[in-house]
Design a protein around this ligand. Structure first.
Ligand SMILES: [Fe+2]
Ligand SMILES: [Fe+2]
Length: 453
């Protein structure tokens, strides 16, 4: 697989070529050279990866499911431009020619053309480059898809802010506003989880407090959903997760946003948010009973270390255990004023540190699987109970890789391994396969890498 750096360069060159073609004549030496470079980069990237899918999600550019590391102003501008023109992804397939790239760049740069871009590309004989919308899961509901997810996410963040401000002013947060937003998030978590999860991965500095509330809610509902919780119970989990840090409205900003390590006294002030949160939520009418419990417990570890201290024996609520995983994960992943968000491998390493009593190991393992970390070479079990090795990641949907099936449902070795494209649906629109979990190679005595060729 090509290095993210290579992708970075490829997208930059594409953006530069399009800009060049909009400023100069297509035969201008600058444009010609730009297209030459682009052709070279695309051809070499396509030797490792086919196709290459460049997706635009918010201000981010994602190539083959990897977010580009250095989102320079130019890339942000390019992403916005594409989004405004309703281009959510560009797919480039192996065998693409210089001529196809050239026409693609010229047509993309032409903003005055009346005919749709796809039709113009077709007319130019460009077959190995296509543009389209991101539609990661085939869902009946026409509201589904990344656009709908983005709208719901945006208004959830706004609602989170309103709830926060109300609590800060000493008023009661409006449970009905919260409930409405949880309803739509829950619906999306059930239907179009991938779009929503992609949104929670967007990194923003400015409204961390509110995006964190929404992200923890979404990540908790996704976990709950994977445990087969549905309906009112699922929403109650989402609700409690949304409000987990509400007690921080009483934490002074200089403590809340302090870039350096907190002093002992400051940490004591910070710890107060779990008790304050439980108070606020307990006196809010119509708040689910679970909400104050989760607010109170969410910094307790499995061995009841953490805080609040000296609380005697108790069993942590399942929702608390789910929320604390989502909470730490989102905090590590987000950009803060004082540090950049960490890459998933680092987060994974931190969260799975041996002997750490922080999380419920079983839930944590499920969470890591759920986050779609099925890199190529991972052994996975499918819903059919067959076991196989991931041979390709889906460009946009980390939950639906290509899997080479090695063991049948009885655990017998397949004579002829079958390739399962888990994103494919049957005639009724149902997915034919689903990846359930990663499998430890030792447990089935298989060396996945030997089946990769
Ligand atoms: Fe907290
Ligand atoms: Fe939190």
């Amino acid at each position: 697989m090509a290095e993210p750096r290579g992708y970075d360069e490829l997208v930059r060159r594409l953006a530069a070529a399009v800009r060049g073609a909009s400023l100069y004549n297509a035969d201008h030496p600058l444009v010609r050279r730009g297209i030459d470079t682009l052709t070279g980069l695309a051809t070499s990237a396509l030797q490792h990866d086919d196709p290459i899918v460049v997706g635009f999600i918010g201000d981010e550019v994602v190539v083959n499911a990897r977010r580009l590391l250095r989102s320079a102003a130019m890339l942000i501008g390019f992403a916005r431009d594409m989004r405004e023109r309703r281009i959510e992804k560009i797919t480039i397939a192996r065998g693409v020619t210089r001529d196809e790239l050239r026409w693609f760049v010229i047509e993309l740069a032409d903003r005055r053309a009346a005919r749709p871009l796809a039709a113009r590309l077709e007319q130019r004989g460009v077959h190995r480059i296509t543009v389209g919308r991101i539609n990661v899961e085939t869902v009946e509901d026409e509201n589904a898809g990344i656009q709908a997810a983005r709208r719901v996410y945006g208004s959830a963040v706004e609602t989170a802010e309103t709830l926060w401000q109300a609590a800060k002013a000493g008023d009661q947060p409006d449970p009905n506003a919260a409930r409405r937003i949880i309803d739509s998030l829950a619906k999306l978590v059930s239907q179009d989880r991938t779009s929503l999860m992609a949104l929670t991965a967007l990194k923003k500095y400015d409204s961390y407090t509110f995006t964190h509330m929404v992200n923890v809610s979404v990540l908790s509902m996704a976990q709950a959903r994977a445990l087969n919780l549905e309906g009112p119970m699922l929403r109650e989990f989402g609700f409690a997760a949304l409000m987990h840090d509400i007690g921080k409205v009483n934490t002074p900003l200089e403590v809340l946003n302090k870039p350096d390590k907190l002093t002992r006294e400051e940490f004591d002030v910070m710890k107060q948010h779990v008790v304050d949160g439980a108070h606020i939520l307990r006196r809010t009418p119509e708040m689910p009973a679970l909400a104050p419990v989760v607010a109170f417990e969410h910094h307790l570890r499995q061995d009841l270390s953490g805080y609040p201290e000296k609380i005697g024996h108790r069993d942590l609520n399942l929702c608390t255990q789910i929320v604390s995983i989502a909470d730490v994960y989102d905090a590590l992943r987000s950009n803060r004023i004082y540090r950049e968000g960490l890459p998933s491998e680092r987060i994974r390493a931190i969260m799975t540190q041996k002997d750490s009593p922080a999380f419920n190991t079983r839930l944590l393992r499920r969470f890591i699987n759920l986050m779609g970390l099925f890199p190529v070479g991972t052994l996975v079990r499918l819903g059919t109970d067959e076991v196989g090795v991931v041979t390709h990641e889906h460009p946009m949907d980390p939950f639906r890789p290509q899997v080479k099936i090695l063991l049948d449902r009885l655990g017998e070795r397949c004579e002829e391994p079958i390739l399962a494209n888990t994103w494919e649906t049957d005639d009724r629109g149902q997915f034919r396969w689903a990846v359930v979990e990663a499998v430890d190679p030792d447990a089935v005595s298989l060396d996945p890498l030997s089946f990769m060729a």
